[in-house]
Design a protein around this ligand. Structure first.
Ligand SMILES: [Zn+2]
Length: 424
C-alpha cells in the first residue's frame, strides 16, 4: 500500500516537473540579497502564496526587536503548517530565503532564472531556493497522490542564514515557534548533492587577538615597542607551532571535502598602526590586531581550541615581557551531529535508496548552517540537511541547479515524509 502510494507520488513529481521549475524560478526572480537583506517580504510572500494554494495555514513572523529588522529591510519569516490526522510527529522543512550577492562575471542575468540545457541558472538556484521548491512540491506530490498524513508538516522560509540566522531560525527558536516541544524532525534542503545526507558540522571560534605596544617617534623605534612586531610574532608562531599540531588531528565525522576533517585555523585579517592612507606621521604602532577563525572538531571542543591560543600568547609574553596581548571571543558555534541511529537519517537513507538504488552517503559540512539553531536553540536533535544542487556551486558565478537533481531530491523528500509521517 505504502509502495503504491510512493509510486503515485513519484509520478506526481514527474508530472509537476515544469511547475516545480517555474516555482523555483519565481523565487529566484526576487533578489533577496543579503547583505543588506532586500526583498525578504516579497520572497516570503511568493512562498507563502504557494503554500496557501496547497492547503497550508500560513503565518508571517517578523523578527521584532532584532536590530537588523528595520523599516527599510524588514526581516520577514514565513511558516506554513499542514495538519494531518495527529499533531505529532511533526516534520519541519526549512529553507533560507536570503542569498549572497551575485558578484561579477556572470554569463546570464543572475536574477532572470534562465533555463538552459536542463539547468536553471541564477543566484540562489542551488543555495537554496531549489531546495525550498523541492520541499514544497514533495509535500504537494504526496497530497496529489491522495496521501493522508499521520502527523503534521511545518514548512518555513527564513531570513539571514548567510549572516548567522539570528533574525531567522534562531529568532523562531527563541520565540518558541520551533522547539522540541512542537517538532520532532527538521530537514534543511541545503545544496549538498541529491544522494548525500548531511548530519552536522564542525565548530567555529572567531576571536580577536590585540597586541599592545608603546608609541614612540618612528625615527627612534628603539624607544618604543611595536605592536605590529608583536602581532607578526603571534602569526608566525601560529603557523610554526599551532597549525602543524592541528593538522595532525582528525574528526570521526564524515566532513566533506576530506581535507576539512582536520582542525583548521585561518588568520582572517590583520590591522595595525595608522590606517593605510598617505601621508602618515612617524610613530611606532601601539596597537595591532588579528582576527582569527578556528574550526574545531567535536573531539576537541571549544575550551581546548581557546586554551591553545591563550597558551601560545602566554609563551610569547613569558619569553619577552614587551609582548602583551588580549584575547576577545567574537563568536562561538559548537559542533553538532545528528544522534547515531537517528530515525530521520534512516528515513532519508531509505528514501535515497528508493530513488537512486543505492545507499545515501552520510557527510558533514565544513562550514555551519542553520542546523546549529535547530539543534542548540530549538533542542531538535534529529536535524539534517538534505537537498538538491551541488555544494561547490554555492556562492559561485553562474550558479545553477540541474532540473533532474531538483526532481530527484523532490522524490527523496516525498519518500522520507511518507515514512516519517506514516502517510497512507
Ligand atoms: Zn545555504
Amino acid at each position: 500500500m505504502a509502495e503504491r502510494l510512493l509510486e503515485r507520488a513519484f509520478a506526481e513529481v514527474d508530472a509537476a516537473r515544469d511547475e516545480l521549475v517555474d516555482f523555483c524560478a519565481r523565487l529566484v526572480r526576487v533578489p533577496s540579497v543579503n547583505p543588506p537583506g532586500e526583498g525578504y517580504r516579497e520572497c516570503a510572500e511568493v512562498l507563502g502564496a504557494e503554500l496557501s494554494r496547497f492547503g497550508f495555514e500560513v503565518a508571517y513572523h517578523e523578527a521584532a526587536g532584532r536590530p537588523e529588522h528595520t523599516k527599510q529591510h524588514p526581516r520577514v519569516n514565513v511558516i506554513g503548517r499542514l495538519r494531518g490526522e495527529r499533531d505529532r510527529p511533526r516534520v519541519h522543512l526549512n529553507g533560507h530565503i536570503d542569498m549572497v550577492p551575485p558578484g561579477t562575471g556572470w554569463s546570464v542575468d543572475p536574477f532572470a532564472a534562465v533555463l538552459r540545457g536542463g539547468r536553471l541558472h541564477g543566484r540562489g538556484t542551488a543555495d537554496m531556493k531549489g531546495g525550498i521548491a523541492a520541499a514544497v512540491y514533495a509535500v504537494e506530490a504526496l497530497r496529489r497522490a491522495g496521501a493522508t498524513f499521520g502527523g503534521s508538516i511545518d514548512l518555513s522560509g527564513t531570513v539571514d542564514e548567510e549572516s548567522g540566522g539570528e533574525a531567522g531560525v534562531a529568532w523562531l527558536c527563541e520565540q518558541g515557534l520551533v522547539s522540541a516541544d512542537n517538532t520532532d524532525y527538521a530537514i534543511i534542503p541545503e545544496p549538498l548533492n541529491p544522494d548525500r545526507v548531511c548530519i552536522g558540522h564542525r565548530g567555529v571560534y572567531w576571536s580577536r587577538v590585540v597586541a599592545h605596544g608603546r608609541i614612540a617617534h618612528g625615527s627612534m623605534p628603539f624607544l618604543g615597542s611595536s605592536a605590529i612586531e608583536h602581532i607578526a610574532h603571534f602569526v608566525e608562531r601560529v603557523h610554526s607551532e599551532l597549525v602543524p599540531s592541528l593538522s595532525g588531528r582528525t574528526t570521526s565525522m564524515p566532513v566533506m571535502p576530506p581535507d576539512a576533517r582536520r582542525a583548521t585555523l585561518n588568520v582572517n585579517s590583520i590591522q595595525g598602526g595608522q590606517a593605510g592612507q598617505w601621508p602618515q606621521t612617524p610613530c611606532v604602532a601601539d596597537r595591532a590586531e588579528a582576527i582569527v577563525e578556528r574550526r574545531f572538531l567535536l573531539e576537541e571542543g571549544f575550551e581546548q581550541a581557546k586554551g591553545e591560543i591563550i597558551a601560545l600568547l602566554e609563551r610569547a609574553h613569558s619569553e619577552n615581557a614587551e609582548r602583551r596581548y588580549d584575547l576577545e571571543d567574537l563568536l562561538v558555534v559548537h559542533p553538532v551531529q545528528t544522534p547515531e541511529g537517528s530515525e530521520l537519517v534512516r528515513a532519508l537513507d531509505g528514501a535515497v535508496q528508493s530513488v537512486f538504488g543505492r545507499a545515501a552517503q552520510l557527510i558533514a559540512s565544513p562550514g555551519t548552517y542553520d542546523q546549529k539553531h535547530f539543534a542548540r536553540l530549538g533542542g531538535i536533535e534529529h536535524t539534517v540537511a538534505y537537498g538538491p544542487g551541488i555544494l561547490e556551486l554555492a556562492h559561485q558565478v553562474d550558479e545553477y541547479v540541474a532540473v533532474d537533481d531538483l526532481v530527484a531530491s523532490t522524490k527523496v523528500l516525498a519518500a522520507a515524509l511518507l515514512d516519517l509521517l506514516d502517510a497512507r
